[in-house]
Write a protein that binds this ligand. Structure first.
Ligand code: F6R
Length: 611
């Protein structure tokens, strides 16, 4: 949660920091703030709400400087107030701090300081951390930071200015991401590489328990024990145009429309190989044939939308891997007594690679000896580094808070992963493989065909914009897609939506059905079609309006639904890739008709780096 941006160099720091904050706003938008150093004079401006509010405030009371830092907040400790907005200055006025994460022992430290008469201006853990550093500071900033880190528990990414130092600032990482970039005479830091792309693509991904000193001379790196470290930058292949909305009204729409290309990119390097039209994960899959033979279990662990992709993968894994399959949300996985050992392949799915619960679950599985794999869009993310082995999503940066194109990348990458394991285990014959790979090649166009029918979905959404809720149903992998459709809808439209396995409806949820509650049924023409159709009829008998997401050529569905949207026919295993798209667009248009803040829905932030 929270977005951080820092800068030192010849440019107008206010401009650089504000530009970065706009790019990072998806991480939190409860409040925003900036600190700018003009020599040793530090000016601070903070406000409740978005970066636009901060810009308006600065337009009236301008601040300037060549060194600065800014923050967009997703509130954890302390309400959404100007006092709690970052940056925070310690009560002695020596340290200015911005923070992403949670200092778990801040009560204990706060009480200790309060007994000494220290009075804090905010309710935040950040101000306590600022005072801790300040109280340990005697002309050696690095030493003060190191000593403070030794006393702090929890997770934190800090950017720190010292009020008596005007030629450098400091970054600290223990948990939440912090990425650094240095170019000629300037040095940047941000919570996400996307904010740095307008300036440099050579980035340093700060590791856990590292401290960086940033100045016009560049970056110096230290461990928490004070040992100097070598600075290794990596060149990323994302560019700044990927993080701009272009002509689109919202990032979400742009990202939905990019999904055909996401599919192409995800598939291109993984289909082909020496056999031609074969699934080939040889280079990325880190386990040998012997390892695969030893696996008894496969676990898919994730949160939110990523967990829905994991559910789809779980269904496929039941069919192709012959392993004991378990799919679980990361928060439950880590708090249960799951059997997980060196015969377990544990797959952690996370677009950001920074989700706290998924990271903790991965640590736990590793400690139990599981063989782990991260499926993520950010190859240098904490999850990727924790797990060591990565299957990349190839989706490019996703800015809209509601995940869409990364879900597509996850569906494609996980499907390939499961089929690859199936192949290694002798459960995927060549004929089936050929059918699937040929169909994979056709899918991007089919998907783009669905996207081209956005207007139909807008009209569909218009038809039910006054509904007080929605019930989504589906069976098998379509149940996971129903869950995803309901999540997308509630996330961005704030309209109540719930999803159930179609067969479960009669065990309770059917009680809420009436003429005011549309049922969205994901009902492709697969092995489960007829059973889902029976459930649709049950709902119809209770007067619920039915919206069906069905397969092209399915004439029967007209008789059982009030409105239908057809997706092109494909192999059963690949239908989720097509059926999810109308649901994303339906949610988008409904939210748009209701005038919601689509890219920044209330109460949410894109990366959930707290537990
Ligand atoms: C929904 C959404 C969230 C994320 C969840 C996990 O649109 O974006 O439900 O899927 O917070 O995030 P990652 O995939 O980054 O671990």
């Amino acid at each position: 949660m929270c977005g951080i941006m820092g800068y030192i160099g010849p440019r107008d720091a206010a401009k650089v920091v504000l530009g970065g904050l706009e790019c990072l706003e998806y991480r939190g938008y409860d409040s925003a703030g900036i600190a700018l150093a003009e020599g040793r004079k530090i000016g601070i401006s903070k406000c409740v709400g978005s970066v636009a509010n901060l810009k308006a405030q600065l337009a009236k009371n301008a601040l300037s400087g060549k060194m600065g830092m800014g923050h967009t907040r997703w509130a954890t400790h302390g309400g959404v107030t100007k006092e709690n907005a970052h940056p925070h200055v310690d009560p002695d006025g020596k340290v200015v701090l911005i923070h992403n994460g949670i200092v778990e022992n801040f009560h204990e430290l706060g009480e200790e300081f309060a007994k000494k008469g220290v009075r804090f201006a905010s309710e935040t853990d950040t101000e306590v951390a600022a005072f801790l550093i300040s109280s340990l500071y005697q002309n050696d900033p690095l030493l003060a930071i190191r000593k403070a880190c030794a006393r702090l528990r929890g997770s934190f990414a800090f950017v720190i200015l010292f009020t008596d130092i005007d030629d450098r600032y400091y970054c600290v990482r223990k948990g939440p991401p912090l990425i650094l970039g240095a170019a000629d005479g300037e040095a940047f830091c941000a919570s996400d590489a996307a904010a740095l792309l307008p300036y440099t693509r050579n980035l340093l991904f700060l590791e856990d328990e590292e401290i960086a000193e940033l100045s016009a001379e560049g970056i110096a790196l230290y461990g928490f024990d004070g040992t100097p470290k070598e600075v290794h930058t990596k060149t990323v292949d994302w560019d700044a145009s990927m993080t701009s909305k272009g002509m689109y009204p919202h990032f979400m729409l742009k990202e939905i429309e990019e999904q055909g290309n996401v599919l192409r990119q995800t598939l291109t390097k993984r289909i082909g190989g020496p056999e031609g039209r074969a699934i080939d994960l040889e280079e990325e899959f880190p386990f040998s044939r012997e390892d695969v033979a030893r696996f008894r279990r496969i676990h898919f662990v994730a949160c939110g939308t990523s967990c829905h992709a994991a559910m789809v993968a779980g269904r496929l894994a039941d069919k192709f891997t012959g392993l004991d399959v378990r799919v679980e949300t990361a928060s439950e996985y880590r708090s249960g007594s799951v059997i997980c050992d060196d015969q377990t392949l544990a797959v952690f799915v996370s677009q950001s690679g920074e989700t706290a619960d998924t990271l903790a679950a991965a640590r736990q599985a590793r400690a139990k000896g599981a063989r782990c794999l991260a499926v993520t869009n950010v190859v240098n993310s904490s999850l990727a580094r924790e797990v060591g082995s990565v299957l990349e999503l190839c989706a490019g940066p996703e800015i809209g808070v509601a995940a869409t194109k990364t879900f597509m990348g996850q569906l494609a990458a996980l499907t390939l992963l499961v089929l690859w394991i199936g192949k290694k285990k002798g459960n995927l014959d060549r004929e089936k493989e050929l059918r699937l790979t040929e169909e994979f090649a056709r899918l991007p166009l089919k998907l783009e065909n669905v996207i081209a029918q956005g207007e139909t979905l807008r009209k569909m959404a218009e038809g039910c914009k006054d509904a007080f809720g929605f019930l989504f149903i589906g069976r098998g992998a379509s149940y996971a897609i129903a869950l995803e459709g309901a999540l997308k809808l509630k996330e961005i439209s704030y309209v109540h939506a719930e999803a159930h396995a179609a067969g479960e409806m009669k065990h309770g949820p059917i009680a809420i059905l009436d003429v005011h509650l549309p049922v969205v049924a994901v009902v492709p023409k697969d092995d489960l079609y007829e059973k889902t159709l029976s459930n649709i009829q049950e709902a119809r008998a209770r007067n619920a309006p039915i919206i069906a997401i069905a397969s092209e050529g399915d004439e029967d569905i007209f008789r059982f639904s009030d409105d239908c949207f057809f997706v092109p026919r494909t192999e059963n295993e690949l239908t989720p890739i097509l059926t999810v798209v109308p649901l994303q667009l339906f949610a988008y248009h409904l939210a748009s008709l209701l005038g919601r803040e689509i890219d920044r829905p209330r109460n949410l932030a894109k990366s959930v780096t707290v537990e």
